[in-house]
Design a protein around this ligand. Sequence first.
Ligand SMILES: [Mg+2]
Length: 257
Amino acid sequence: MPDTLHAISLDLDDTLWPMRPVLVAAEAALADWLAEHAPATAQIIGSDWRRHRRTELLRRHPDKAHDVTWLRLQMIEDALTEAGEPRDLAGPAFEAFYAARQAVQLYPDVRPVLRRWAGRYRMIAITNGNADIRRIGLGDLFDVTVGAHEVGAAKPDPRIFALACEKAGVRPDQVLHVGDDIDRDVRGARVAGMRAAWVRRPDLPEPQWPDGRAPMEHRFEGLEALERALESSWSHLRNPHADRPSSDPQPKTRSAP
Ligand SMILES: [Mg+2]
């Protein structure tokens, strides 16, 4: 029933802004910072070195695979050590990367749609990355944020969705999760008992779905298309595996129209 929708959770990267341009800019900001403050490190920390080091770090620390901030800091520290430059430059070097990583270009539908949803639903941000919605200027539109680093697991692991529900005070079947990734967002949320909407962005490549596990009726070309669907009828978004009697009304819940 429409009035069982209490919360909307949103993926961030490639759902609210394109991720690649901001990561390219953040890598460039890090390279510039190192060129000025740790030139020998700047010489060695190219993309091949990073790829190789990342593989090595993940082999030694598989439990850290979900923690992109830890991986980035560790790579910078390793490069500084290898170059014979002070390891305590890692903090400010990371900050140069991190600040640029927050300078995202929002898709134009993000602020208007999220503002309307924030007046009606509890709003949850769920990310595997290290975007900071407060620094991005979206903090006032979300009630709850959950990052993979605080769970110790990344989407599609159901634990990250479970923590999001716990922090927001809602049941999984009262949440619609919205994201760009078929596996991490759509499948992950459905396994966790949520409903899911796959939002496609036209500037991103069309993903392959060999086993057709994301039903096409869950596909929306942007947030406004999803908003229209929610306002007319969203019964097709129901997750039959998640349906349970609705009996516990939650705070900040308005009935969907
Ligand atoms: Mg994403």
